[in-house]
Structures are given as structure tokens and as C-alpha cells.
Design a protein around this ligand. Structure first.
Ligand SMILES: [Ca+2]
Length: 209
């Protein structure tokens, strides 16, 4: 072995945890399966425009009512001045975990932030949803839709937080953000901080990658 290579092996190999140690480690950071779920790339990469053409705005434009500003970062998505109904989405491919899903041993945690804005009694709705689909595209039990409908004028953020089993047969996690305008030239509905994490409850809840 070349002396330099021998040195590299001696230094690097002890840094790699043994297989057994890995399973008992606390949950590693990350594991979010949503691409660009926080929009901090400054664009909509990872997302598909399904209706209209949503845009990113500085988080200050959405305001910080009811949320820790750090959770929003620099950018947040909004429907702005396009059509009255706009939507973006992202389909997360779960097929790499098919065997565990069908053995009914995987659970999922889904979170996001959504803002529905009500002014002078008029509501621009924002709605966030997670739906599990089977290989044929049929919806399965589980998931969540959050579409806040404030009873008073509001610019508050709502936290979306769901966890539950991934239904056997699921191959796709379909994530959507939809906005509907009640009046005016722009839709004041916002979303940010999408996260989907898979967990195997029987192994210390370590997120799967
Ligand atoms: Ca953000």
C-alpha cells in the first residue's frame, strides 16, 4: 500500500461508526424528503407549477404573526398576482421503501406552515395537503389537509403537523399548496417549511434517507 494511502486509512477508518453503533445513535439531522421545502434556494426548484405561477417573496412580506421568524428563513412562497386559483406540488417517490411500507412498519411525519389571510371579512385561502398514493395513483388512507378559515381578520401563520403510519401500498407522497383569492389583484396566501420524514418506530425512530 502506498504510504499516503496507508495514512489515509489509518486516519479515516476509525471515524466510521460500526454498524451496530449507527442504529443506536440519536436521530441524525436532516432526512427531509421534500426538495427545497423551505424555498431557501430562492426559486421553486423541486416544485411543479400545477395552476398559475406562484412566486417567492421575502419572508417579511408574509409577516411573522404566530411563527418564529427563523422557521421562515429568507424566502416564502405566495400566489401573488396570477389567476385566482393557483397551486404548486411535489410528489415524493417512496418506492425505495416499498418493502417496509408494505410490511406496515413505517410511519411518517409531515409539517409545514400555511397562512390564510383575512381582511375586511374577505379571505384569501391557503391550503396545504399530504396524500398517499398507491402505484396506480389511487389515494390511500392517511395524510392531512389544512385549510385555515379564520373567523376574524388575520395574518397569522398556521402550523401543519401530522404524523401517522404510511399506508401499505403507498408509493408516492403527494404534497400540495393551493391558494384561492377572494378579491383584489393578488392572492395573499403563503406557505413555507415543508418537511416529510419517514421513521421506523421499531428502530429508535431513526429517520430513513
Ligand atoms: Ca423559507
Amino acid at each position: 500500500m502506498h504510504p499516503a494511502l496507508r495514512f489515509a486509512c489509518a486516519v479515516l477508518i476509525p471515524l466510521l461508526p460500526a454498524q451496530g453503533a449507527l442504529a443506536q445513535d440519536p436521530a441524525p439531522p436532516g432526512g427531509n424528503l421534500v426538495v427545497n421545502g423551505d424555498f431557501e434556494t430562492g426559486d421553486l426548484r423541486g416544485w411543479t407549477a400545477l395552476r398559475g405561477e406562484m412566486v417567492l417573496v421575502p419572508a417579511e412580506a408574509a409577516g411573522f404573526a404566530g411563527v418564529d421568524p427563523a422557521a421562515l428563513g429568507a424566502w416564502t412562497v405566495t400566489s401573488a398576482e396570477g389567476p385566482e386559483q393557483e397551486e404548486i406540488g411535489q410528489d415524493v417517490d417512496l418506492s425505495a421503501h416499498a418493502a417496509e411500507i408494505d410490511d406496515d412498519i413505517l410511519s411518517a411525519g409531515f409539517s409545514a406552515l400555511v397562512q390564510t389571510r383575512r381582511a375586511r371579512g374577505l379571505i384569501d385561502h391557503g391550503a396545504v395537503s399530504l396524500v398517499f398514493l398507491d402505484a396506480g395513483g389511487a389515494a390511500l388512507p392517511g395524510g392531512i389537509t389544512v385549510r385555515p378559515s379564520p373567523t376574524q381578520d388575520s395574518v397569522d401563520w398556521t402550523a401543519v403537523d401530522w404524523s401517522g403510519p404510511v399506508p401499505p401500498g403507498a408509493r408516492t407522497a403527494r404534497i400540495r399548496f393551493a391558494a384561492e383569492r377572494a378579491s383584489g389583484a393578488s392572492s395573499d396566501a403563503f406557505a413555507d417549511a415543508f418537511s416529510l420524514v419517514l421513521e421506523e418506530p421499531s428502530s429508535s425512530a431513526a429517520p430513513l434517507r
